[in-house]
Every structure is written in structure tokens, then in C-alpha cells.
Design a protein around this ligand. Structure first.
Ligand code: HEM
Length: 456
């Protein structure tokens, strides 16, 4: 039976069964449920919130932060970070200023150096994984555990500045926080406590890193800061050392940056700590999973894969990158993001979808559905790498759109590109879509062949 017919058969008073059916059908075939909703009930009220499925309405929700706030997960995120953070707030108080600071610290100029860094770390990880497989007499290795997760974490260590923190620590702790804040909708107390404890561990680790940098003499306005054109400075993060011998990374930039005094907006070391840990939470699981699902989507389409492999060999990566972002449209890391409606609001006013939302309503802005809105996106089920980026919401949209989008645009495609440049490393024939989640919300294992040693 179609989803809505089955849903409507359940009495409205039986909220538990309605929610159970919704979750079960979304898990079994989310795209089919969303297609039906877009067509028949694009603004769909359920006991767990209102699902907004069409692109203009998702845009409206995510672009109106004074009505639709991040209040659904904001308090949990701040509990885990042990302090304020932009993705937990809206408005002038924290979001506007801290986001401006983050934009300065994660500038577009980072794109090329971060891409080089990712290429180096990615090649090294592939060489190692292949060598270990040979030594152990295997013909395959685990793409998630031996490539995607450690490469993302090593890039975080060198680019963001988690100096000397083991990659397993960065990946494991950030996964617990991510899960507690963004996945744990029912607020399971164990998952919650585990995430908050992991956030505290990350906070204390970063406090140690910051303390050592300060002890080494890193100070606002010091060498390597954004104003110091003579040093490696902005644009070279992760590529070398600043003038004082400490790493030139995002943390180094933050510690060398003095915001205008007297504005009350200065970021002390504690706030820098929240920024850095928050960046890791926004980045690590996203990068590791996207590098995995993008590969899965590409290898599942042999013709597109062949074209992507050719594009991967080009010096100009723009065409290749289009394949990766289009692949992620079919499997984004953030399919839906919740917002809390804090004032009565008429959504989609003047359209047939017009809906009055009372204050207190939880609204699910369904990015994965919006990207397949057939009234906006031409032939949405076709794989078309050259689509306008306007229709790609993999990095979010509106007030909280990914502030790390420039490094993200370098890291994710380059992680996939390093693999496609090695024809011997591919998912097993027949196992192209065989991601193993091992009972968690994140892909944990993906078997690939270990067929080539040398870096390209
Ligand atoms: C690697 C791939 C990445 C993906 C797929 C991704 C995805 C996203 C998405 C979908 C959002 C919107 C969340 C929402 O509206 O609820 C977001 C926000 C954010 N991302 Fe990313 N992200 C990535 C990389 C990064 C990186 C590299 C950083 C920082 C170094 C970062 C930091 C953030 C922050 C701080 C926000 C919140 C911005 C705000 O509140 O204004 N992300 N990201």
C-alpha cells in the first residue's frame, strides 16, 4: 500500500503507530515516501513534527532564522561543547559574530592548499592500506576504517590544528558528539551522556593544545596571523609553519587574531576552543561519510564512473568535482535538518501549500527531498554532474549553510579523486552499494580491492 493511504488508516489518536510506520517506511525506501509527500502532502504534519519537502518551502524555513531557529538541537550541542557555538544559536548574539569570525578563519583561499594536503594524506593512506593488505595476504581493505575516517581525521589534525591528537581519538569522540546532538531524536539518555562526555574530552584535549601554543609564544598579532603577509599566513594552513615555528593552521590563525577591542566580541581561548571543537563536529563524520557515499553512488553507475575517472585525471578539477556533488545529491550526509518555529508563521503563503504553523512546532526542512523537487529541478532522478549548484543542498542552505564550505569543497572531492586515480582500488563487483553500518547511524565498513601500490 502507498505510504499515505496506510498512514491515514491509522487513527489520528494512535500517534505511536503513525510514527512507527513513518520511520519504518522512511528507512525502507525514503525516496519513495518523499516523492509521494512532495506530490500529495508537501507540508506533512506528524506527531514528531512537520515535514517540509518542496524546495521553495525548505528555502523559506532555512532562510528565516528569526522564526525557525536551531532550538531543536542547539541546547544539546552547547552542552556537548561546554559553551556557546554558532550552530546552536540564531541572531546577533552569537551566530552573526562567530560566523563572521569563522568565515575569516576558513577562507576561500584555503581551497588549493587544503586540496594539496588532502591529496598527500589520501595517497599516503592508500599506499599504507594496500601495503598492509599485501603483507597480511589479503586482496582487499576496509575503505571506511583504513581510508575515509583516518584521512578525514589527519586532514583535521593538520589543517584545523588538533596537533598530536591521534586520528582514532578525533574520529571516535566526534562521532559520539555528532550522534548525541543530531541523530538522537528520542534523546536516549545513554547516547546523550556519551556525547556530552566525548565533548568534554575534546574540550580538554584542545585546552591542552592551546596551552602549549600559548606557552610557545603564540599571541594575537604575532607572526603568521592573518595580517602578516610575510608569513605563510591565510591560505597556507596545513602547508607549513608560521614565523614563530608553531603550525600555521586554523587554530594558529584563531590564536593570532585580535578582533577589534572594546566591542565585547573578542574570542578568548575558551571561545576559540568551542569554535575549533565545533568545526570538528561539523566536519569529521560528514567528510568521512561523504567520501564513502559519493564513491558508492559513482561506482553504482558504470557509465558515470568511467566519465568521472577520465575527469579525475584532468588538472582542472572543476568537472570532476561536479560528479562528486551530484553523487552526494543522491546520498547527502544531512538529509533533513530540524528547526523550532518560535513565532506563528504562514509557510508557503499564497500557494496551494499554504500552512499556518503555530509557535512551538518542530519543522523538518528536508534537504534530500528538496533536491529532488521535480517542480524546480529538471529530471531530478537523472545523474547530471553539470547541474547548477543552486539546486545542491548537500552543504545546507540559508542562515546556517556550511561555514566550512571552501575546505569542504576541496577535501571531499579530493578524497574520492585519489581513489579513482587508482584503477586497482574499487568496491567489490556486486558489492558496490554494500555499506555496512554495523548497527550505527554511520557507514563503518566498505570493502574495496587493494590492487595497486604506487601513487599516481
Ligand atoms: C565535509 C563535508 C561537509 C558537509 C557535507 C557539511 C555539511 C553541513 C551542513 C548540511 C550544514 C547545515 C546544518 C544545518 O543547517 O543544520 C553545515 C553547517 C556547518 N558546518 Fe559543515 N559540512 C562539511 C564540512 C565542514 C567543515 C570543513 C567545517 C569547518 C571546518 C564545517 C563547519 C560547519 C559549521 C560551523 C556549520 C554551522 C554554520 C552556522 O551555524 O552558521 N563543515 N555543514
Amino acid at each position: 500500500m502507498e505510504f499515505l493511504a496506510a498512514y491515514d488508516e491509522i487513527p489520528q489518536a494512535d500517534a505511536a503507530r503513525r510514527v512507527g510506520l513513518l520511520r519504518q517506511r522512511m528507512k525502507a525506501d525514503g525516496p519513495a515516501v518523499l516523492r509521494e509527500l512532495r506530490e500529495l502532502r508537501p507540508v506533512f504534519a506528524t506527531p514528531v513534527g512537520v515535514f517540509v519537502t518542496r524546495m521553495p518551502d525548505v528555502v523559506e524555513v532555512l532562510s528565516t532564522p528569526d522564526v525557525f531557529t536551531v532550538g531543536v538541537y542547539g541546547p544539546v550541542l552547547e552542552e556537548a561543547l561546554h559553551g556557546p557555538f554558532m550552530l546552536a544559536r540564531d541572531g546577533a548574539d552569537v551566530h552573526w559574530h562567530d560566523r563572521a569570525h569563522a568565515q575569516l578563519m576558513l577562507p576561500p583561499e584555503d581551497f588549493a592548499p587544503v586540496r594539496r594536503l588532502t591529496a598527500r594524506i589520501g595517497d599516503d593512506a592508500l599506499d599504507r592500506a594496500i601495503a598492509v593488505a599485501r603483507i597480511e595476504g589479503r586482496t582487499t581493505f576496509d575503505y571506511v576504517q583504513q581510508y575515509a575516517a583516518p584521512v578525514a581525521a589527519r586532514v583535521a589534525r593538520e589543517y584545523l590544528g588538533f596537533t598530536d591528537v591521534p586520528e582514532e581519538t578525533l574520529h571516535g569522540l566526534s562521532q559520539r558528539v555528532q550522534r548525541a546532538v543530531f541523530v538522537n531524536q528520542d534523546r536516549d539518555p545513554e547516547v546523550h551522556a556519551s556525547g556530552v562526555a566525548a565533548g568534554k574530552e575534546l574540550h580538554d584535549i584542545v585546552a591542552g593544545v592551546i596551552g602549549r601554543r600559548r606557552a610557545a609564544g603564540v599571541r594575537p598579532g604575532g607572526p603568521g596571523g592573518p595580517a602578516d603577509e610575510g608569513a605563510a599566513g591565510a591560505g597556507a594552513a596545513g602547508d607549513g609553519a608560521a614565523g614563530d615555528g608553531t603550525p600555521d593552521d586554523v587554530l594558529g590563525r584563531m590564536l593570532r587574531t585580535a578582533l577589534p577591542p572594546g566591542t565585547g566580541r573578542e574570542l578568548d581561548d575558551e571561545r576559540v576552543n568551542h569554535q575549533l571543537v565545533g568545526f570538528l563536529i561539523g566536519y569529521q563524520q560528514n567528510a568521512a561519510q561523504c567520501a564513502t557515499t559519493a564513491l558508492k553512488e559513482l561506482v553504482s553507475r558504470p557509465d558515470e564512473l568511467a566519465r568521472a575517472e577520465r575527469a579525475a585525471a584532468e588538472e582542472d578539477t572543476a568537472v570532476f568535482d561536479g560528479y562528486v556533488w551530484e553523487a552526494l545529491r543522491f546520498h547527502p550526509f544531512v538529509p533533513s535538518t530540524p528547526r523550532l518555529c518560535v513565532r506563528d508563521h504562514v509557510l508557503a503563503a499564497g500557494t496551494p501549500r499554504e500552512t499556518r504553523l503555530p509557535a512551538g512546532t518542530v519543522v523538518h526542512a528536508h534537504l534530500a527531498s528538496a533536491m529532488f523537487d521535480e517542480t524546480v529541478v529538471a529530471d531530478p532522478y537523472d545523474f547530471r554532474p553539470g547541474r547548477t549548484p543552486v539546486h545542491n543542498m548537500v552543504l545546507g542552505h540559508g542562515a546556517h549553510e556550511c561555514v566550512g564550505k571552501y575546505p569542504a569543497r576541496a577535501i571531499v572531492p579530493e578524497m574520492v579523486r585519489r581513489v579513482l586515480l587508482r584503477p586497482g582500488v574499487r568496491p567489490l563487483p556486486g558489492g558496490e552499494r554494500a555499506l555496512d553500518y554495523a548497527g550505527t547511524p554511520y557507514p563503518q565498513h566498505y570493502t574495496v580491492t587493494a590492487g595497486a601500490t604506487a601513487s599516481p
